[in-house]
Ligand binder design. Structure first.
Ligand code: ZN
Length: 234
């Protein structure tokens, strides 16, 4: 079902007396392309970095002059300087989380904002300015946080608004957080997701080697099909 073409399906049945019957059917798998009028925009977003593959990703983005948005963490502190490089290269940076530990950050509103501020301080140190963009770990409607504090996401979303912060979810997911480890599948997931959309916010993780390895051909496909890449503005 993933690859276009004409296929022959063969059905073969037999019963306990050894009677057999065979039937064939031809199936055509076609690419479902919905026509989109006007500008088609893709916001590539990378969560959970920076990490060992971020530098390589920055090189690929640069090669095509594509700008992306990074929602950063402090999970791998030795790559902190990548945050400065991201901003210098014209990408947008937002807070994802300092620790990225759901159990800690979603224990209370105060715990969330304390984690947020720690990450924002690191970004400030790297780039000279605080951020106004954020992405909640798990997204603004995640259900995991319920295990730690019922109703916390709604309250955090309201508080973010009140602080003048913009939180961003996604409408396309590349499947790289457990569903696949194949660059080809990541590429296919993104293409399938952006097709037929005027505005795609694509969730990816730059801490996965296979995601970074999928980017070259993903970007080439999108550019060849008339998509424009933009950074999220607060
Ligand atoms: Zn994350």
């Amino acid at each position: 079902t993933e690859t276009e073409g004409e296929y022959t399906l063969t059905y073969r049945v037999s019963d306990s007396w050894g009677n057999e019957a065979v039937a064939e059917r031809t199936v055509e798998v076609v690419d479902e392309v919905l026509p989109v009028e006007g500008e088609k925009i893709i916001f590539l977003t990378f969560d959970d970095g920076p990490g060992p593959y971020t530098e390589k990703l920055l090189g690929i983005l640069d090669q095509y002059d594509v700008k992306a948005t990074f929602f950063v963490t402090n999970v791998r502190p030795k790559y902190q300087t990548c945050i400065a490089k991201e901003v210098r290269a014209g990408h947008a940076v937002g807070v994802h989380s300092f620790s990225h530990e759901y159990r800690k950050i979603y224990r209370s509103e105060a715990a969330y904002w304390s984690d947020f501020n720690r990450m924002n301080d690191i970004i400030k140190k790297q780039t000279g300015k605080p951020v106004t963009l954020l992405r909640f770990p798990g997204g603004s409607s995640n259900t995991v946080s319920r295990n730690y504090k019922e109703g916390i996401m709604k309250r955090l979303a309201k508080q973010a608004d009140a602080k003048g912060l913009t939180y961003v979810d996604w409408n396309v997911y590349d499947g790289d957080a457990g569903e696949t480890t194949s660059p080809h599948q990541v590429y296919k997931n993104i293409i399938r997701g952006v097709k037929g959309r005027k505005k795609s916010i694509v969730l990816c993780h730059d801490v996965k080697s296979y995601t970074v390895n999928a980017m070259d051909r993903t970007i080439r496909w999108c550019l060849a099909h008339g998509y424009t890449f933009k950074v999220l503005e607060p």
